[in-house]
Write a protein that binds this ligand. Structure first.
Ligand SMILES: [Zn+2]
Length: 735
């Protein structure tokens, strides 16, 4: 690993405030901190905010008991309301729905469930919540409806290619409604207006729409006239339709109260659904429907990852992540509690990543009579957050590395011709994320449609993990960023397609990265390619006793460059071993291309290194990624957390000061659910350099309720968190 001493030797600290200046008397503090990079001063603190914020931005805790058809027969409304009130929920979701009405709705096709029997369960719950000073979200569900509606309105259904109706895969009595039809124009507004006329609700939410992380595939009369499903042109009309309905529903919500609003289901992490940059501009609330780990996304950090996506686009608007206290996954049990440690971990990630914690269970009788285990999590967790709201509400993320999400690539790019796998970009995302956590890198996600200089100014480097689709404008913006002194790391097919998925003959970033495409993507037949080490360089630090290291599974060959530090040894057969040797042991094809100009540095890696790291766990790939990130960023750190274990770190500027969140992933269940018990990790030393004029009043550990000793000299604060069980928040109060 590269350390600070290497940097000093190579004279790379120009323009950086090195930790050593004036710190030599800090009893070894500087020397030790130096082992993990060059500590840079945090930006000047934001001015205290005097502007009044909309009510929803003050919401800190959300509760939801999701009603089922049977609940009206038995629900004890006071018991329900007392629970959520006792855990200090600010707002509760109450089901209106569009599939089964939970009040005596008169809207045609809004079916009364067989146990409703005229009961106004929705109205009772609204009153009970209001009596306890809790706000109410009116929860609708426009995605499915019944045969009588289909008979009267055959045009409302989603259709297969052969014209047949698409039904719910679990209950085929229900048909799927198409979002491009009059169902959304007429039926949903009718329900909203009826609810507004009868009840005092604070806002409206639509569950089950729009789809998350994928796009609808429908061949109804309306959709048949749209661009083909799954194409960039379809994504564009899909986003337009979503935003158009969103704004119309929002206006209907406001017909009764101007501070009411509409929002719908969101989430899908880096894939999203509608264009997230555009969605963020219209919504008042981001409902991150990301309820727990799944078979397809088994990594422990799934909720934090969603939080980072929200931070990339929301500009301080509220995001609430739905944590299922019931058993998520396939198979799942919607009425049986999951392991409390797993539920807590998801809540921890929600809070650490800047979202609002939200607990969800399905079925009132199921959750208040049958299985009450989940309640203890809420009883412990929510009041703890309430005690520390000031420290837990982040004002802005302190991070100096930006990772470009590439939402269009995530949604639309099929993977290289050598792979063509639906999971290709998911694996790329997970590999990059894992490597960043292993390196304890302070990073944010950056949306590809937010590459203006003012958005990028805070980042020392941007990372582009196979961001295949980039428009000419986005390539220009990245180039401008480099011209202005920023650094880039990019891999594989980055910029090889435009925003319409049209392949380019040459990388869109060819000039700024100093690379030129040398041929079509090459996959692996047996033994993957290797990288031959040609000359010493910081990016190859730590590779000893070898002349080559692992390459990646796929690569786009690039043309030879002057002085390549590593070259490609092409792959060959893995079996039989008699033939497992390189036919071409030495080529001039670069395995990495480096460029340096003034303060800016670029690294191009022609292989799909992030994804290959995810599927193999190869330590060469991790080391190369870490070295590359450290080199492009001049190893500048805004916060260092030194200690053992796999840990996710978030650092926020808060109103009282700063909050460093430490999520302990050092559990046998990090890559396959669920967390059963805490696996504590040992001491973690935190070091930050505060802006001039800011001093430290106190440091407090919010989970373990300790006050560690801290050192503060020459603007550098350092303290040690003695250990982390599941989660710790070091809250720094400044003066
Ligand atoms: Zn349709």
């Amino acid at each position: 690993m590269l350390n600070r001493r290497n940097f000093l030797k190579s004279g790379l600290t120009a323009g950086v405030a090195p930790l050593t200046s004036g710190l030599s008397h800090l009893d070894g503090l500087a020397e030790e901190a130096a082992a993990t990079g060059v500590l840079v001063e945090l930006p000047q603190r934001l001015a205290p905010s005097s502007a009044s914020v909309p009510w929803q931005q003050k919401i800190r805790r959300v509760g939801q008991t999701n009603f089922n058809e049977y609940d009206p027969a038995v629900m004890n409304v006071d018991q329900w309301a007392d629970y959520w009130h006792s855990v200090k929920a600010d707002i509760v979701y109450v089901s209106v729905t569009g599939i089964l009405a939970f009040y005596p709705s008169k809207v045609q096709f809004h079916r009364h469930g067989k146990y409703l029997k005229g009961r106004d369960l929705f109205g009772e719950c609204v009153l009970a919540a209001k009596k306890r000073d809790m706000r109410v979200v009116a929860r609708m569900s426009p995605d499915l409806n019944w045969p009588d509606a289909l008979e009267a309105h055959p045009e409302w259904a989603m259709r297969n290619h052969d014209g047949s109706v698409q039904h719910s895969s679990e209950d085929p009595r229900l048909f799927k409604t198409c979002m491009f039809t009059s169902y959304m124009d007429d039926y949903v507004p009718a329900i909203m207006r009826e609810v507004n006329s009868l009840y005092d609700v604070d806002c409206f939410y639509a569950n089950g729409w729009p789809p998350l992380g994928n796009l609808p595939v429908c061949y109804c009369a309306v959709c048949s006239r749209l661009p083909p499903p799954g194409t960039p042109a379809y994504w564009s009309v899909f986003t337009d339709r979503v935003l158009n309905l969103w704004k119309r529903y929002d206006a209907i919500a406001k017909e009764k109260k101007p501070d009411s609003f509409f929002f719908a289901n969101s989430g899908g992490n880096v894939r999203g659904g509608p264009n997230l940059d555009q969605l963020a501009k219209v919504t008042s609330w981001f409902q991150a429907d990301n309820q727990g780990r799944t078979y397809e996304e088994p990594a422990i950090w799934g909720c934090s990852l969603q939080g980072r996506v929200c931070n990339a686009v929301l500009d301080g608007k509220v995001a609430a992540n739905v944590t299922a206290a019931y058993s998520t996954g396939q198979p799942g049990w919607r009425n049986v509690s999951k392991s409390p440690a797993e539920t807590r971990m998801w809540l921890n990630q929600t809070v650490a990543s800047g979202m609002v914690p939200y607990i969800h269970f399905v079925g009132d009788e199921n959750s208040f009579v049958e299985d009450r285990r989940w309640q203890k999590v809420g009883e412990e967790y929510f009041p703890w957050t309430a005690k520390h709201d000031a420290h837990l509400a982040g004002r802005r993320s302190i991070a100096n590395i930006g990772v470009v999400i590439g939402q269009s690539t995530q949604l639309l790019y099929p993977g290289p011709a050598t792979e063509r796998s639906r999971t290709y970009m998911r694996e790329t995302t997970e590999g990059m994320y894992h490597a960043l956590l292993e390196g304890r890198v302070a990073f944010d996600y950056v949306h590809e449609d937010r590459l203006e200089p003012e958005q990028l100014a805070k980042y020392r480097a941007l990372l582009l993990p196979n961001v295949a689709m980039l428009s000419d404008k986005q390539c220009r913006q990245l180039s401008d960023y480099v011209q202005a002194g920023g650094s880039l790391m990019a891999s594989f097919e980055t910029s090889l397609y435009d925003e319409n998925l049209k392949p380019r003959d040459e990388f869109g970033l060819a000039e700024v990265m100093g690379v030129s495409k040398g041929g079509a993507a090459v996959g692996t037949n047996g033994n993957a390619y290797s990288a031959r080490l040609e000359k010493p360089h910081e990016i190859l630090a730590g590779f000893s006793d070898t002349t080559w290291i692992a390459g990646a599974q796929n690569r786009v060959p690039v043309k030879p460059v002057e002085g390549a530090v590593a070259t490609v040894v092409p792959g060959f057969v893995r079996y039989p071993p008699e033939l497992a040797y390189p036919a071409q042991p030495h080529t001039d094809e670069p395995a990495v291309v480096l460029r340096e100009s003034g303060r800016s540095r670029t690294v191009w890696i022609p292989g799909d290194i992030e994804r290959t790291y995810w599927i193999t766990g190869h330590s060469d790939l991790l080391r190369l990624l870490h070295n590359a990130i450290r080199w492009v960023s001049h190893d500048e750190r805004v916060v260092t957390v030194d200690g053992d274990g796999l840990m996710e770190v978030f650092c926020w500027e808060t109103s009282p000061g700063y909050a460093v969140h430490l999520l302990n992933y050092n559990t046998p269940n990090a890559f396959h659910g669920w967390v059963k018990d805490a696996s504590p990790v040992g001491p973690q030393r935190v070091t930050m350099r505060l802006p001039n004029g800011v001093s430290v009043k106190s440091v407090e550990l919010l989970r373990s309720e300790q006050k560690p000793v801290f050192a503060f000299r020459n603007q550098t604060v350092q303290f040690t968190v003695p250990g982390v069980e599941e989660y710790e928040v070091a809250a720094i109060t400044v003066a």
